[in-house]
Design a protein around this ligand. Structure first.
Ligand SMILES: C[S@@+](CC[C@H](N)C(=O)[O-])C[C@H]1O[C@@H](n2cnc3c(N)ncnc32)[C@H](O)[C@@H]1O
Length: 178
């Protein structure tokens, strides 16, 4: 089905337009999506404009420089402004692994898509994959940004080490079906 990413294109961030379309297509038909690393909401808007899913956006945001992305209170305010038109976008302010741990402990949460775009070093991506994989329903998808980007070699290393030949790639978006 065709996607509309016109609004997402107006939001600041690192996603190429064609990648917004890939992510929007992946989001179609989902019920519960988790995004790890939202910044000002560019990728979240692409998903929200093309899906009826509830989208939980997990980001450390306020005053917590993370992995070279120094999100602040102003970044969070822009995220809120940019996503205001999408009532099913729900921010969760917190560190990815800690939020996943809490979700595990309450034991009632499963997503059918998790998109990882937080800290891009090998250890962080590995930890995000480990923490969120078990929170995905069978038939769902785990995916992420910047696979193969020479600036972030740890992304590909972490994904390949965990999933090897199961990985599909479109632009710099990697995905694995569960
Ligand atoms: C590349 S930006 C996200 C870009 C966003 N997906 C977009 O398309 O506009 C990375 C974000 O991840 C957040 N972040 C980094 N490490 C994190 C962690 N361990 N837990 C939660 N958020 C994290 C940063 O605060 C930053 O906002």
């Amino acid at each position: 089905m065709a996607v509309n990413v016109e609004h997402a294109k107006t939001v600041a961030g690192w996603f190429a337009d064609s990648e917004l379309e890939t992510l929007a297509t992946l989001a179609q038909g989902r019920n519960v999506i988790v995004e790890i690393g939202s910044w000002e909401g560019r990728s979240a808007c692409a998903m929200a404009a093309n899906s009826n899913a509830t989208i939980f956006c997990v980001d450390a945001w306020i005053e917590h420089p993370q992995g070279g992305f120094e999100a602040t209170l102003e970044t969070f305010a822009k995220f809120r402004d940019n996503t205001r038109r999408y009532p099913k976008v729900i921010p969760i302010v917190g560190e990815s692994v800690r939020v996943a741990d809490a979700m595990h402990r309450v034991g009632i949460f499963k997503a059918d898509m998790v998109f990882i775009d937080a800290s891009h070093d090998f250890d962080s991506v590995s930890a995000d994959i480990r923490s969120w994989w078990t929170l995905i329903n069978w038939g769902g998808v785990l995916c992420g940004h910047d696979y193969g980007d020479p600036n972030w070699p740890g992304v590909k290393q972490a994904v390949d080490m965990r999933f090897g030949g199961q990985v599909e790639v479109s632009d710099s978006i990697w995905m694995v079906k569960k």
